[in-house]
Design a protein around this ligand. Structure first.
Ligand SMILES: [Zn+2]
Length: 415
């Protein structure tokens, strides 16, 4: 055994292997958490288990994450937006009136959106408070409990969605087999999980107690194939933080996992996790883009939750204005870029006033010094906007950027 090799207490959920390498010894909260990767296939899990899964999800989880047993107004709004983005992801799967199961339905926002589109929806949620809330607020059919304990009707669904749940279960292979049985043949399963190779979060936040398993695209699709789920779509989110995969329920999707490929997958996962270092992270655009996004979100949520409204009324308003999503997504994007440009102009005016109008007359700064500082700060600001928005990428975008940046630089001449 090499120094980083170890024997796991729990066998690999994908291939049964126990020979692992240790990826991390700490969770994101700084507590001890041993995270290992299977040397045969690259599946990653917490070994030993950090908590009593049942108690944790039935009671503590939402409290630990959101400090509440029922969603607050801003949580409803945020979950409503997430529900709309999820609808976009599954839109190609929706045809006619479908029987849909949403596993881990939380406060019920996504299930309610599907129900309002005319589908027959069933939710499953382990948390008592959230399950009851979804049923009473939105009149949803929600079963409270762990997915593994619930009797699902065989071939009872056309579509099953499981968003950010599989990584929390203590036997993801068994859950996928159970969902396969609950799908009619040809039915679709939509799975979203965090991507273990993601570089968009701080390296200290890669592993935490709530995620018992961590996947990359290969381990997720191999695990699904073992449950006779055939991959149709496998994608990463724009920031690389999540994996989304759509599987079709078939009679026999299982193909033996090619040994060379699975071992290379272990190397790939270990290398990617090992290469994700703090310096690299802080030199990337991710932390700044996240911080800017969070600020913008907080401001929007504050504006939109000022007037008291019921959760259902809030979601109805949000969904009514966003149900034609292609147009609204483009609008949101335009709006965001417009906000950045407006912010940059406001900062330019402030700088111009501060440096050139206030400091120049005091004699503290020479004219050239002040102008050079103004131009340097403006350049930094434009670079910041480019970095945060990840634009421009195309010629028209470059032209647009030049068009709005030029007058900003020339501001001292006009004023
Ligand atoms: Zn394995």
């Amino acid at each position: 055994m090499t120094p980083d090799e170890s024997i796991a207490g729990l066998p690999c959920n994908l291939c049964g292997g126990v020979c692992v390498s240790v990826l991390s010894q700490r969770s994101r909260s700084g507590d001890p958490l041993r995270t290992v990767a299977c040397r045969q296939c690259g599946l990653v899990w917490s070994d030993p288990r950090p908590h009593d899964t049942r108690r944790f999800y039935a009671q503590d989880y939402r409290l630990a994450y959101k400090r509440t047993h029922v969603p607050r107004a801003r949580h409803v709004l945020r979950a409503g937006r997430v529900a709309l983005s999820r609808l976009e992801k599954i839109r190609p799967c929706l045809q006619g009136r479908m029987r849909i199961l949403d596993v881990g339905s939380g406060g019920g926002e996504f299930a309610y959106l599907l129900k309002s589109l005319g589908h027959e929806v069933h939710g499953v949620e382990p948390n008592n408070g959230y399950a009851a809330y979804a049923a009473t607020q939105y009149g949803l059919h929600v079963t409270q409990g762990f997915i593994g304990d619930i009797d699902l009707p065989p071939a009872g669904y056309d579509l099953i969605t499981i968003w950010h749940v599989l990584e929390h279960t203590d036997d993801p292979g068994a859950v996928l087999r159970q969902l396969h049985r609950a799908l009619r043949r040809g039915g679709l399963l939509v799975v979203e999980v965090p991507n273990v190779e993601a570089a968009c979060q701080s390296p200290h936040n890669t592993f935490h107690e709530a995620h018992l398993y961590n996947f990359n695209a290969a381990t997720l699709s191999w695990l699904a194939a073992r449950a006779d789920l055939q991959p149709c779509v496998s994608e990463h989110s724009a920031d690389g933080g999540n994996l989304i995969a759509i599987f079709r329920s078939v009679n026999d999707a299982a193909t033996p996992m090619p040994v060379g490929l699975t071992q290379r997958n272990h190397e790939r996962v270990a290398n990617r996790v090992g290469a994700h270092r703090p310096l690299r992270y802080w030199l990337s655009a991710h932390p700044y883009r996240r911080a800017a996004g969070r600020l913008a979100r907080m401001a929007t949520e504050w504006m939109q939750t000022r007037e008291p409204r019921g959760a259902r009324e809030r979601l109805d308003a949000l969904y009514a204005s966003n149900v034609q999503p292609a147009a609204s997504a483009a609008h949101a994007k335009k709006h965001a870029l417009w906000l950045w440009v407006a912010g940059a102009y406001a900062a330019a005016l402030l700088l111009e006033w501060l440096l050139l109008d206030r400091m120049l007359p005091t004699g503290a700064w020479g004219e050239r010094q002040a102008l050079a500082l103004y131009l340097a700060l403006q350049s930094a600001m434009v670079a910041g906007v480019v970095w945060v928005t990840n634009m421009p990428r195309t010629m028209p975008q470059i032209a647009r950027l030049a068009a709005w940046a030029a007058p900003m630089f020339a501001l001292p001449i006009f004023c």
